[in-house]
Design a protein around this ligand. Sequence first.
Ligand code: ATP
Length: 232
Amino acid sequence: MILEVAGIETFYGETQALFGVSLQVGQGEVVALLGPNGAGKTTTLRSILGLTPARDGTIRFDGIDITRSATHEIARLGVGWVPDDRRIFPTLTVARNLSIARKRTRFRTWSLDEMFEIFSALEHLMERECEYLSGGEMQMVAISRALLGAPGLVLFDEPSQGLAPRVVQDVMATISHLKGAGISALVVEQNAATALQISDRAYVMDRGRIVHYGSAERLLSDDRLRVGLLGV
Ligand code: ATP
């Protein structure tokens, strides 16, 4: 397992947001983390990234206990992040945003040329300031930035949010492509059907707890189960 989250309890001040959340991501596996608004999906990612550290339980990445590690240390170990608000520096060019993201880890490094192969439009955007990019272009930059950090695991927070349907399909195809290159992914999505199409397994959260886990195929094919859990 590249990621092992075991019984984490996470709080915002005195308010408990996660109650004994456990989940695992295997090497080269794409795992969906689904559930309604406020279920705790983003908080789970924030705990893994050390942004809102878990008060209890453990998180191991690549065999290393990162439960109390600082965010920059976690990134250096090879955990990449594609946040929902993209967090690109708006006044910097695409090229600059990408160059400051470069890191070496024990995992495979990616070159800019490889980014241009995945995202053919990116090459022509390099000198553009990021505040002038469309949502789909921003997402390309956000994913490229994560890859240039040489991740073994990428955490995607709502990658389809705010994107046109065709762009959503491109982003999902990219996540599948990364899997082919051995990168594991944990994909938080409200758009369950989209995420399930590219996932091996899925966890469903509700009110701070994992309420279901199993194969993505089963959730896609078992309408009663899916509608019962996700309402769609
Ligand atoms: P969404 O898709 O709406 O982001 P989510 O499943 O990602 O939903 P979280 O954002 O993780 O859910 O929220 C889990 C719980 O934690 C919610 O009850 C939410 O109100 C609370 N929460 C989230 N962020 C904060 C914060 N910064 N301060 C206090 N409470 C928070």
